[in-house]
Write a protein that binds this ligand. Structure first.
Ligand SMILES: C[S@@+](CC[C@H](N)C(=O)[O-])C[C@H]1O[C@@H](n2cnc3c(N)ncnc32)[C@H](O)[C@@H]1O
Length: 213
């Protein structure tokens, strides 16, 4: 069973994911409203899909973990939809888990008619990558802005806007969500020392708004 099925409840209940200025920016970028058809890739606890539905969009959620209860069970690298099925395709705080992010971006571009919106953890350093993998072995890699621009352009998208969003949360909550305890939790905290202050871990999310060429 995928580790993500075991984590479904933690991500559905995650205050870290449920709201935020980043989510509101995605809603604005999507020009959300009635008649806008959106695909939410790697929906996890479903917070992005829910917020876009509240804003009036017709949303299809997708995720490979059945316990997340997506509308469609699938990987980002293999989206079971015809070309141009959606006005907007969005993925939030998930691509660092994708095995083949370049392929996933090509798939998102293929099934979109208009926009592809991405938010993910920005690459910081190899120390942070090591901490991320120790805390969560499903972490593949985070990417720099230049790498993101490369994935988008190679998929036939034009990057129209890039925003950096600082995200802070109690380090204890962040470790608990993946069940990280004991010496591993201690090592992760040590690796992240320069990004943790007063028990709060802060990192940067990169947000990209890209249009079809
Ligand atoms: C942190 S959660 C996503 C959070 C969610 N988008 C939100 O806004 O709250 C990461 C999700 O990525 C999914 N995932 C992992 N590998 C994937 C892949 N190759 N393709 C699509 N989704 C994947 C997991 O099943 C998990 O539900």
């Amino acid at each position: 069973m995928s580790i993500w099925n075991e984590r479904a409840r933690a991500y559905k209940e995650s205050r870290d994911h449920a709201s935020g200025d980043d989510l509101e920016l995605l809603v604005r970028w999507a020009e959300a409203g009635p008649g806008v058809r959106v695909l939410d890739v790697a929906t996890g606890g479903g917070h992005t899909a829910r917020r876009l539905r509240e804003a009036g969009c017709e949303v299809v959620s997708a995720d490979p973990a059945p316990a997340m209860e997506p509308d469609v069970v699938c990987r980002a690298e293999d989206l079971p939809f015809p070309d141009g099925s959606f006005d907007v395709v969005v993925t939030r705080i998930a691509p660092h888990h994708f095995e083949d992010v370049a392929l996933a971006v090509r798939e998102m571009a293929r099934v979109s008619r208009r926009l592809v919106l991405v938010e993910d953890t920005l690459y910081t350093s190899e120390r942070v990558e090591e901490a991320e993998r120790l805390r969560d072995p499903s972490h593949v890699r985070s990417y720099s802005e230049a790498e993101w621009r490369g994935f988008m352009e190679a998929a036939g998208l034009r990057v129209e806007e890039v925003v950096m969003h600082r995200k802070a949360r109690p380090v204890e909550d962040w470790l608990a969500r993946t069940g990280t305890i004991g010496p591993i939790a201690a090592r992760v905290t040590e690796l992240l020392a320069e990004h943790v202050e007063g028990g709060v871990f802060t990192d940067t999310k990169i947000m990209l708004r890209a249009g079809k060429l």
